[in-house]
Write a protein that binds this ligand. Structure first.
Ligand code: 4AD
Ligand code: MG
Length: 433
């Protein structure tokens, strides 16, 4: 059997054979005759065992040079060892130090404040907890693609530099040659609508930007959004798609990421309950419920984070709040024929106080009504000529929604703050690392 370089997660297939593990030292311990180094490689941890009487003297000496986060190649026979971190160990015969690590490595095994950890995000990512979060995030991203692929959606990548403003929240802008200002996309939706008229069922999955001056636990200035857009779906179809989609993502994490959810100490019982149908509440009823519960909300206001938490407290599954007042929502939403003060839309609120993870709506398909709304909002009409064309040449019933990836990861992982769901989060006062 030739020497191989498996990843730690693959060690189970190499028991009894000589392997080389390449990774970083996370713990060290020595008793004089036997020494241990725990090594991490991104797939897990394993224990390297150095027996003084069994290794060359120079290898024994080299062990003493190891420090936290030294990068190493350790060679030896792989063994299952239930008492070892990760369940496997290597009886070391060879050690190469690839990259020494000075003893002032910033993250030590003690409590650090979150600002310090964020300043050292490039190192903080190496912790087991962060690995668990990113494994869940990756599972969700893969599940998103699987869900839409299985249902015949085309993925369409929409531009990040745009001239048409999509949402009401803050804009990042930059000069764009002789064309004036370009904005960083707040949404891919408007382009998604054009693509839906071309391809029927589409989704976009990309970074979106909001210059929000809000320091909350659920706002980033750069986040990823998944935005399906479906020709001939009305608002009711749209919500059915949302509940199927969200349930699929949650169930997939429960099936495939149990170990990571356990690492995060996530109580999975509330996640097990995430199955269709979700609860449906009309906005107007939500306002009455909230007022009875002591909220200062009045008809016309958007729901704040506290209102959302107050409302979902009564429910065991996600909740759709439907048909908000026009003035609380974006210009493109379709007027509700049953109550023209409102629009055909929904926010999907996650349980356990997490609040809005999706904003969705049926789109205004009437040319006159849409142009009226664009003018009412004071938006630059010329930038929307192509968008209006979609209502002029073969207008169509269509609906879609946007799921915030980071908010979804925070909820499924049970995190208090959204910042840990992004490898390098961008917030009002954070642009580095
Ligand atoms: O409700 P929003 O603003 O909806 C749209 O952008 C629509 N164009 C979507 C569509 O219909 N295609 O944003 C959708 C979701 C929110 O529910 C939230 O999950 C997330 O995007 N989101 C944010 N996530 C992190 N930080 C922020 N600043 C966010 N703003 C919105
Ligand atoms: Mg919203």
């Amino acid at each position: 059997m030739p020497e191989t370089t498996p990843r730690i997660a693959e060690l189970k297939d190499h028991v009894g054979h000589t392997v080389t593990i390449r990774g970083w030292v996370t713990h060290l311990r020595s008793s004089g005759k036997v020494a241990f180094a725990v090594v991490r490689d991104g797939t897990g941890v394993m224990q390297a065992v150095f027996v003084k009487s069994a290794v060359p003297a120079e290898t024994w000496e080299r062990f003493k040079e190891l420090t936290l986060e030294t990068s190493v190649f350790v060679t030896g026979e792989a063994k299952a060892e239930p008492r070892a971190p990760g369940g496997y160990e290597i009886l070391v015969t060879g050690l190469t130090i690839f990259g020494p690590s000075p003893i002032d490595y910033p993250i030590q095994p003690k409590e650090h404040g979150v600002d310090f950890l964020l300043d050292n995000r490039h190192f903080w990512l190496r912790s087991p907890r962060q690995r668990a979060i990113f494994a869940v995030r990756n599972e969700i991203e893969q599940a998103i693609h699987d869900f839409f692929y299985q249902r015949g959606f085309l993925r369409v990548d929409t531009p990040i530099l745009t001239a048409a403003i999509g949402e009401r929240s803050g804009l990042f802008s930059t000069e764009y040659f002789d064309e004036g200002n370009a904005y960083l996309a707040q949404t891919g939706q408007l382009y998604g609508e054009a693509a839906a008229a071309a391809f029927g069922k589409i989704y976009t999955f990309g970074p979106t930007f909001r210059a929000e001056k809000s320091k909350t636990r659920r706002h980033l200035t750069e986040f990823w959004m998944i935005e399906p857009e479906v020709a001939w779906n009305d608002s009711a179809d749209n919500m059915r798609l949302q509940e199927d989609f969200v349930s699929f993502l949650v169930q997939r994490c429960l099936e495939r990421r149990a170990a990571e959810l356990a690492e995060l100490e996530r109580d999975t019982a509330p996640l097990e309950r995430v199955q269709p149908p979700f609860h449906r509440v009309q906005y107007t009823d939500a306002v009455s419920i909230l007022q009875q519960k002591g909220s200062a909300i009045v008809w016309g206001d958007d729901l704040g984070a506290e209102d959302e938490a107050l409302l979902v407290a009564d429910y065991d599954r996600p909740v759709f709040v439907m048909n908000y007042p026009k003035e609380a929502k974006a210009f493109y939403m379709k007027e509700n024929p049953e109550d023209p003060r409102t629009v055909l839309c929904d926010d999907c609120l996650a349980p356990e106080g997490y609040g809005e993870i999706i904003g969705g709506s049926q789109r205004e398909d009437d040319y006159e009504k849409l142009i009226h709304r664009i003018r009412e909002e004071g938006l630059p009409e010329a930038a929307y000529d192509w968008y209006l064309d979609l209502r002029k040449y073969g207008t169509f019933v269509h609906s879609g929604f946007g799921l915030g990836l980071e908010r979804t990861v925070a909820w499924i992982c049970g995190l208090k703050h959204i910042r840990e769901t992004s490898a390098f989060p961008r917030m009002m006062s954070r642009l580095r690392p």
